[in-house]
Design a protein around this ligand. Structure first.
Ligand SMILES: [Zn+2]
Length: 105
């Protein structure tokens, strides 16, 4: 995961969420992708729904104090959002390369 969609060898990211300018192996210009808010939208829908349902179930079953909700759900949402955006961004770049390869030329 998080590899170049053309060669599968070069790294897709420079840092945690920054897409590399080009693939270090095949020189595919990776910065030409067009995602907009796609990765964030998918993460908000998936992680928000998942966390909301779990928090509701926890509240109904155990009625924990508010601070315990914050201790449980905030780190979970932050970590899962970072890795979720990374994964969905890589998936969208790969899909764009597969279905609209002319965008990368
Ligand atoms: Zn490559």
């Amino acid at each position: 995961m998080a590899r170049c969609p053309r060669c599968g060898e070069g790294k897709l990211y420079v840092g945690l969420l920054d897409v590399a300018d080009k693939c270090s192996v095949c020189s595919l210009p990776l910065k030409k992708h067009e995602q907009g808010d796609g990765p964030a939208f998918f993460c908000i829908c998936i992680i928000g729904s998942f966390t909301g349902i779990l928090a509701t179930i926890t509240e109904v079953m155990f009625q924990p104090p508010f601070w315990l909700h914050a201790v449980i759900w905030l780190p979970l949402v932050i970590v899962s959002s970072l890795f979720g955006i990374r994964a969905t961004k890589a998936a969208l770049i790969t899909m764009q390369y597969r279905f609209r390869p002319e965008d990368f030329s």
